[in-house]
Design a protein around this ligand. Structure first.
Ligand SMILES: Cc1cc2nc3c(=O)[nH]c(=O)nc-3n(C[C@H](O)[C@H](O)[C@H](O)COP(=O)(O)OP(=O)(O)OC[C@H]3O[C@@H](n4cnc5c(N)ncnc54)[C@H](O)[C@@H]3O)c2cc1C
Ligand code: SF4
Length: 504
């Protein structure tokens, strides 16, 4: 417990790991608690543990005397030390934190709660909008996103979308350039590590050796911003050198280009280092100034002001039971060791090998690797959706409890039976072959569903449909794929082959 002259009169604001930027700071005293429990509950990616600790310690250094910093095992320990030192924890104020567990905790402590920040749309505005929809109407991203554009004026001309369309998705689906190894863009902005990173690294080494934390994945150089200044540099760099290519190649993958034209901003955004409203305004201005094409700018604005907000609001709107309580496809397979230990060596499917290897190396993969490789594989193989949800939280530098349920349980695993996505994101090797260069270097053939070189995604797709035929039969969007399944001459052989395929 640091020494203090006397308890301050103005409330002290207790900030959490998602609240480390100036957006969450209105002046006054700040409490930061670096609780080891943040990283010790389950195995966690080393890069993620590093990022969290580095971000907190950098924020403490920035705040200087204004910050009361505790390095402890648990929040309880820090609060008990404060009580002993004469502080009343009920005098603490918090900006409503970002998980159910944290919200329960601060209410039990008796903190004064301020409304949440860090998203383009306020929680109350979303709830009002969602509640006002006709009973039975689905809460679709596209509908929500339009209201955000209309309310904020982002990319709007009067009451019409700039360019006449709300959505430029169809322009943003280019395959990777033929025979290219990379997109040929300059390297993204990378941070320079400092003494705080050195200290974090040696703490993590020590705790790992003592057995008090279990770290998974590589200990590479820090790749993501941990301060607002760094995050601003990363944003500037993205806007200047990658935004134009972001749209067309949003869904494409090249083995030799792990970042493609993505922004790498999810981690700093989720740490609270950037105000997402300012980020999308900045990016929208690039189109207004003639510096970036509309399809790229709209695509990016939709990701941040649309998707990011949408999954945040659904986390609260769908309730705490959504993640554990939904398993519509009755998927119960445990995650294989190759996932839990991030060891890709024995994985023969080239696309999956690279995706797991990328997560091992960076604690990050881009959206299509998450959805169409990792998520698609888990869906086809029937991995337990809650276990997969937690795996994504623990293994990704940008993983948070709020971001995962709609993305993993909903969109990627269809475990909610269709609340978030109208049909499962299952696809065979043809999609991966079109959008990536993985298949050329693979021992399997994306066109084959039977035989030694049958692609596990292509064959796995049919086996998935076979297993879930009855569960998906009422979904009209699945009528065509299910008709295809019924007409598959070698259906039984494909299903038997996939049943025998060794787990990873
Ligand atoms: C299975 C699965 C797991 C995911 N896990 C995470 C996660 O742990 N943390 C996370 O922030 N995002 C997650 N996403 C969403 C998205 O894949 C990542 O935000 C993105 O890949 C991060 O890289 P980037 O910053 O370069 O994003 P870009 O491609 O540059 O996109 C810009 C920004 O848009 C936002 N964004 C885009 N799509 C989404 C989305 N579906 N949900 C939330 N934000 C979105 C992010 O803030 C991102 O930084 C997940 C998606 C799927 C399908
Ligand atoms: S052939 Fe199949 S397993 Fe191999 S990279 Fe292509 S999609 Fe992946």
């Amino acid at each position: 417990m640091p020494e203090h002259d006397a308890p301050p009169e103005a409330p002290t604001r207790w900030l959490f790991t998602g609240q480390l930027g100036s957006l969450f700071d209105d002046g006054g005293r700040i409490l930061l608690i670096e609780a080891k429990s943040l990283i010790s509950g389950r195995p966690i990616h080393r890069a993620k543990a590093h990022l969290l600790l580095s971000a907190m310690r950098h924020r403490a250094r920035e705040l200087g005397d204004r910050c009361e910093y505790h390095r402890v095992d648990s929040y309880d320990e820090a609060l008990a030390a404060r009580t002993e030192a004469g502080f009343d924890n009920a005098d603490l104020e918090v900006i409503d934190p970002t998980s159910y567990a944290a919200r329960r905790f601060v209410r039990n402590v008796g903190c004064r709660i301020l409304v949440s920040r860090g998203f383009v749309t306020d929680e109350s505005v979303f709830r009002e909008w969602a509640d006002a929809r006709k009973p039975g109407t689905r809460i679709l991203l596209e509908d929500f996103y339009r209201t955000v554009r209309e309310r904020t004026g982002l990319l709007m001309e009067g009451d019409q979308p700039v360019g006449g369309q709300w959505n430029y998705d169809h322009d943003n689906r280019a395959a990777p350039p033929k025979n290219a190894v990379t997109l040929g863009l300059p390297d993204p902005w990378w941070p320079t590590e400092d003494g705080i990173d050195d200290e974090v690294r040696s703490d993590l080494d020590r705790w790992q050796a003592e057995g008090s934390v279990t770290l998974v994945g590589a200990d590479g150089p820090r790749r993501f911003a941990v301060t607002e200044a760094e995050a601003t540099l990363a944003l500037d760099d993205f806007v200047e050198s990658r935004l134009g290519d972001f749209g067309p190649f949003e869904d494409a993958t090249l083995t030799g280009d792990w970042t493609m034209a993505h922004s790498l901003l999810s981690a700093p955004l989720n740490l609270g280092l950037l105000d997402p409203r300012a980020v999308v305004e900045r990016v929208a201005a690039e189109h207004a100034n003639g510096n970036a094409p509309l399809a790229s700018v709209e695509g990016f604005v939709r990701q941040v002001a649309g998707w990011r907000d949408y999954v945040w609001h659904l986390y609260w709107y769908l309730g705490e039971g959504y993640t554990a309580g939904n398993n519509a496809l009755e998927a119960h397979e445990p995650l294989p060791e190759a996932f839990t230990t991030l060891t890709p060596d024995a994985i023969e499917a080239n696309c999956l090998h690279h995706a797991i290897d990328g997560v091992r190396e960076h604690g990050w993969a881009h959206h299509i690797q998450r959805l169409m490789v990792l998520g698609n594989w888990a869906l086809q193989r029937g991995y337990d959706p809650k276990a997969l949800n937690d795996w994504f939280v623990d293994m990704f530098v940008d993983g948070t409890p709020w971001v995962m349920p709609a993305n993993v349980v909903g969109m990627s695993q269809h475990a909610d039976g269709g609340i978030v996505a109208t049909k499962p994101y299952a696809s065979g090797g043809a999609y991966i072959n079109r959008m990536t260069d993985y298949c050329g270097g693979c021992r399997f053939s994306p066109k084959k569903r039977l035989g030694d070189d049958a692609c596990p995604f292509t064959a796995g797709y049919w086996a998935f449909l076979d297993r879930n035929q009855a569960r998906l039969s009422m979904n009209h969007r699945m009528a065509q794929p299910l008709a295809g399944l019924r007409g598959l001459a070698d259906r039984e052989a494909v299903v038997a082959q996939e049943r025998e395929r060794p787990p990873l």
